[in-house]
Design a protein around this ligand. Structure first.
Ligand code: GDP
Length: 204
């Protein structure tokens, strides 16, 4: 897919104020500092489109971007901030659960995981939550340029082992680097394919 246009639409704290749900929506989420903003900027080829690392304690926003006037890219607030209060964590959980359950055009969630680290409980819990509520998702391993391919593959294998403990099928997985642009074509082609499938589905 060629990105012809990527523009910021709006930020919300409320799901019912998000843009009209008339286009397929792809949401990006992950632990703070995982490289989410860098990945979104790399995919859209716009340096400052997603703002890097908002600090904990700041309002947690659902950010909508419109891509090629065809699909929504959503930057969801991250999890795993060490210093966040229980109250903010609960607010985040409520908002995210509501978004997953109510956003009817949500097509796929991209769960970002730092490819350098062994499986972490917060990430596994989050993946299991998505599986349990039946939201389609894929996993994106970020920052692959920071280490050898062998190390990245061993992180991926460790996640696969952990997930097989609970699930028969593994989600699709992507390796990415915002520095050397690894994974850009794979992710954009995946989105294009899903968009095409949706277009060819008979109307309900
Ligand atoms: P966010 O908090 O998830 O939005 O993460 P950011 O995109 O702000 O990235 C956090 C830090 O990791 C920043 O210092 C980025 O420059 C760095 N970073 C993000 N992606 C990559 C990557 O693919 N490779 C390398 N080497 N650094 C990255």
């Amino acid at each position: 897919m060629v990105i012809k246009e990527a523009k910021f639409l709006m930020s919300n704290t409320r799901v019912d104020q998000c843009p009209v749900a008339d286009k397929p929506e792809y949401a990006f989420i992950g632990r703070s500092n995982v490289g989410k903003s860098s990945l979104i900027n790399m995919l859209t080829e716009q340096k400052g489109l997603a703002k890097t690392s908002s600090s904990p304690g700041k309002t947690q926003l659902i950010n909508h971007f419109l891509i090629n006037n065809e699909w929504y890219l959503v930057d969801l607030p991250g999890y795993g901030y060490a210093k966040v209060s229980k109250g903010s964590r609960d607010d985040w959980r409520k908002m995210i659960n509501f978004y997953f359950q109510k956003r009817e055009n949500l097509t796929c969630v991209f769960v970002l995981i730092d490819s350098r680290h062994d499986p972490m409980k917060t990430d596994l819990d989050f993946i299991n939550l998505l599986g349990n509520i039946g939201v389609p998702f894929v996993i994106v391993f970020t920052k692959t340029d920071k280490q050898s391919g062998t190390k990245t593959d061993s992180t991926i294998a460790a996640y696969a082992r952990k997930l097989r403990e609970s699930w028969d099928e593994l989600p699709r997985m992507f390796k990415t680097s915002a520095v050397d642009r690894e994974g850009r074509a794979d992710i954009l082609n995946f989105i294009e394919e899903v968009n095409e499938q949706l277009k060819n589905q008979p109307e309900e």
